[in-house]
Design a protein around this ligand. Structure first.
Ligand SMILES: [Zn+2]
Length: 259
């Protein structure tokens, strides 16, 4: 059930009987030379498409921009930054709250949105509501441990995991000839980047945030090389996330928020 396709009396009727809203949040950003800029919201939208027949929850329109300042130097990337991401989502969720929403599930496609979402969850609690973010790319590692490339950052950004999910949406969205090594740079020979946001020193990954063109001139980073992506894997991850989220929504609707 899509808010965008309902009339206002239908929305009014929904909120008389229900208080759950599902919304996808992403980012419009570089994902390596081989992947589309919409990767972080196209994947959550695909999950919503598979999820829609499995749930009665109202689906609000997708938010395609988020917090991605560190990638903003790559052409086509547009960042709202952490403060505006928080403000925009706050207004959207608060608008829905005023009409009756109390249970929010945010299908998130981008790690940079986590801090604003944490803050929103606490804001909403103060209004007697609850917000649960679903980060599909880490959720699937817990659902099927083999889908994790065995390092904390695998599937991190534009690697095989996201490439597989985009292939499941439309294989033609990938520029296969442009798939190449990410060739991570370093602060120095002694401090090589091990992901977009870490350098490795003496076997330990230390967080270091830099504009990402100083980290990689390709734009993807991770231990799962995109050349290993398959459409079938992408379809499995999308189906698994949709089924899990449908069950999570059902559990959430049973939570007593007035306790
Ligand atoms: Zn991404």
């Amino acid at each position: 059930m899509r808010l965008a396709e309902m009339t206002w009396p239908q929305a009014e009727a929904y909120f008389k009987e229900h208080d759950t809203v599902l919304i996808a949040l992403g980012s419009t950003e570089c994902h390596g030379r081989h992947m589309p800029l919409g990767t972080d919201w196209l994947i959550p939208e695909k999950i919503l498409e598979v999820l829609e027949p499995l749930t009665d929850a109202l689906i609000a329109p997708t938010m395609p921009y988020g917090n991605t300042d560190y990638l903003s130097v790559f052409p086509g990337t547009v960042s709202l930054g952490p403060e505006v991401t928080y403000q925009v989502m706050s207004r959207i969720l608060d608008g829905l709250r005023k009409h009756g929403a109390r249970r929010f599930v945010v299908l998130n496609g981008h790690g940079g949105n986590n801090a604003p979402l944490d803050r929103l969850a606490l804001d909403l609690q103060e209004h007697g509501c609850v917000l649960i973010p679903v980060n599909w790319w880490t959720l699937v590692w817990d659902l099927v441990p083999d889908w994790n490339g065995n390092t904390p950052w695998s599937g991190g950004h534009g690697g095989a995991e996201e490439t597989a999910a985009v292939m499941a949406i439309n294989p033609d969205l990938i520029d296969y000839d442009a798939i190449a090594d990410s060739n991570l740079k370093g602060l120095s020979d002694e401090l090589p980047f091990s992901s977009l946001a870490t350098v490795r020193f003496r076997g330990v990954d230390i967080p270091v945030r830099r504009f990402s063109r100083d980290v990689t001139d390709n734009g993807w980073a991770g231990s799962d090389h995109p050349k290993y992506a398959t459409k079938e894997w992408g379809e499995q991850m999308i189906r698994a996330t949709a089924a899990y989220t449908a069950a999570l929504i059902e559990a959430l609707t049973k939570v007593d928020l007035d306790r």
